[in-house]
Structure formats: structure tokens, C-alpha cells
Design a protein around this ligand. Structure first.
Ligand SMILES: C[S@@+](CC[C@H](N)C(=O)[O-])C[C@H]1O[C@@H](n2cnc3c(N)ncnc32)[C@H](O)[C@@H]1O
Ligand SMILES: O=C(O)C(=O)C[C@]1(C(=O)O)C=C[C@@H](O)C=C1
Length: 247
């Protein structure tokens, strides 16, 4: 079970950069559900969408898997012969808990899709041929200069007919839209029990290491990476999810 996220509830003399460490791993399910509008819907839908595009005897990658929520959903939804999920994260603490969650899922549910965890930097990892790749709120933590090469690598590894599911926090070019949706996002966090202090300190902790792009930037970069066809399938406030098609 997850502890309640109170990591930023007390005034910090110095707010360091956010790190996916043991403390975050302990509270992550609570943190992300209370911070990302629509997260439960996105997780459940990733399983459904993957179930429609996973190909026989192929790999599925969950890149930046954290505790493996998307992997767990895909294991429940994908009923395709010979598929296997590889859940990748470079944070040891997150991956350790991911392994615990997957073992617990195996103990509760029979005939799930096989899944394995792999600790690696997705920028270094070589990808085997696959039919579904998930980047669920991961690309936003990759340095912007490295994002195109990662998407290129994913496009190269995807089998014809395969897909990338890309979920991201969005930036908006229009200032009014940016300010309105940011304000609504903070209202969402407050409605979920975060104080103004927690919201402010978390914002400081992520502002240097989490760099959102606009939807237009994502779509242009996906085309450059070889994904001629992509679209958003979900948006809740300033968070969205897209599907990009490997034609
Ligand atoms: C917001 S969390 C992702 C949430 C998760 N995909 C889910 O659906 O619950 C971002 C994750 O990406 C991981 N990450 C960031 N950069 C990475 C990299 N270069 N290689 C591997 N994992 C990375 C972090 O350790 C963290 O677990
Ligand atoms: O934008 C915020 O305020 C967030 O907390 C977002 C976000 C994310 O999108 O990954 C940031 C860090 C955590 O992983 C959980 C949520």
C-alpha cells in the first residue's frame, strides 16, 4: 500500500531538485493520483489501447514505468499470444517497488501477461522489435535535446502497425490558456488535500527537472521522428495523452 504524500508539507529551508528516491517511491501512487488530473483514466485506458494494438509474440515497453501502474493495466487488458512487457526505469527505488507490485499482482490474478523489470536509462537502452511503447509522463523528465533521438529510436523499434502512447503535462503558447489551466491544476491539487505550501514547494522542486512542451511541439517532434500520424486521445486540464502510429 502507498503512504500519503506529505513530502512537501513542512517548510523546507532549501527546496532541492525533485528526485525519484525512496521517499517518493513510498508515496508515489498517492502523489501521482492527487497531482495528475485524469491519471486513473489514463492508466486504465492505456491497457485498453494496448490490448487493441499489441501483436502476437511481440514485446511491449513501459519506459519510465515508476511503480508499474501502466504495466499492471496492460497485463490485465492484453490478451495476445506470446506478448511480454518490459518495464524500465533508471530509479532503483521506484523499480524495486514496481517489482513488489508486479509480484503482488501475480499472487492475486491468474494468467496475466508476463512482465519483467529492467533498471536502465531509456536514453542508453537498446530496444528490441516491439508493438507497443508507453511513455506515461516520462518524456517530460528527459532533457529536451535528447527527446527526438529517443522518439526516433522508439519509431525504429516499433513493428509496422505498432503504436507509441505518450502522456505528458502540457505547456501552452497562449499566455491566458497557460495561466488559466495552471490555476485550475492548482485548484485540483488543493481539492485533493495539498496545501498552498506543498503546491509551491513541489513546483520549485520540479521546475528545473520537468520541462513540459506544447502539444504542437510534441506533434512536430513526432513527425520528425517518423510518426506521420498522431493525435491526442485524452486531455484533463493541462495533462494529456497521445497515440502515435508506426504506419
Ligand atoms: C512521472 S514518473 C512516470 C509515471 C509512470 N510512467 C506511471 O505511469 O505511473 C517518471 C518516471 O520516469 C523515470 N525516468 C526519468 N528519466 C528516465 C530515464 N532517462 N531512464 C529511465 N527512467 C527515467 C523516473 O525515474 C520516474 O520513475
Ligand atoms: O505538475 C505537477 O505539479 C506534478 O506534480 C506533476 C508530476 C508529473 O507529471 O509527473 C510531477 C512529479 C510526480 O511524478 C507527479 C506528478
Amino acid at each position: 500500500m502507498s503512504d500519503i504524500d506529505q513530502l512537501f508539507s513542512r517548510p523546507l529551508a532549501q527546496v532541492g531538485d525533485f528526485v525519484f528516491d525512496q521517499d517518493v517511491a513510498r508515496v508515489f501512487p498517492d502523489m501521482i493520483k492527487r497531482s495528475v488530473p485524469g491519471y486513473p483514466t489514463i492508466i486504465e485506458s492505456i491497457g485498453l489501447i494496448a490490448g487493441q494494438y499489441a501483436q502476437v509474440n511481440s514485446l511491449i515497453y513501459d519506459l519510465g514505468c515508476s511503480l508499474g501502474a501502466a504495466t499492471q493495466s496492460m497485463r490485465r487488458h492484453v490478451q495476445v499470444e506470446g506478448c511480454r512487457v518490459i518495464a524500465v526505469d533508471n530509479a532503483a527505488a521506484m523499480l524495486e517497488r514496481c517489482g513488489e507490485y508486479l509480484q503482488a499482482q501475480d499472487a492475486m490474478v491468474e494468467s496475466l501477461l508476463p512482465a519483467e523489470t529492467r533498471q536502465a536509462d531509456i536514453l542508453e537502452l537498446s530496444l528490441e522489435p516491439c508493438s507497443v511503447v508507453v511513455l506515461n509522463f516520462t518524456l517530460q523528465f528527459v532533457p529536451p535535446a535528447e527527446r527526438l533521438a529517443l522518439l526516433n529510436k522508439i519509431h525504429q523499434a516499433l513493428l509496422p502497425g505498432g503504436i507509441l502512447i505518450l502522456s505528458e503535462k502540457l505547456q501552452f503558447a497562449d499566455l491566458a490558456t497557460q495561466e488559466n489551466l495552471e490555476r485550475l491544476h492548482y485548484a485540483f491539487k488543493r481539492a485533493n488535500g495539498y496545501s498552498d505550501l506543498e503546491i509551491a514547494q513541489k513546483r520549485s522542486a520540479i521546475e528545473r527537472i520537468m520541462l513540459p512542451d506544447t502539444l504542437e511541439c510534441h506533434q512536430q517532434r513526432l513527425v520528425k521522428a517518423g510518426f506521420a500520424h498522431s493525435h491526442a486521445w485524452f486531455q484533463c486540464l493541462n495533462f494529456c495523452s497521445m497515440i502515435a502510429y508506426r504506419d
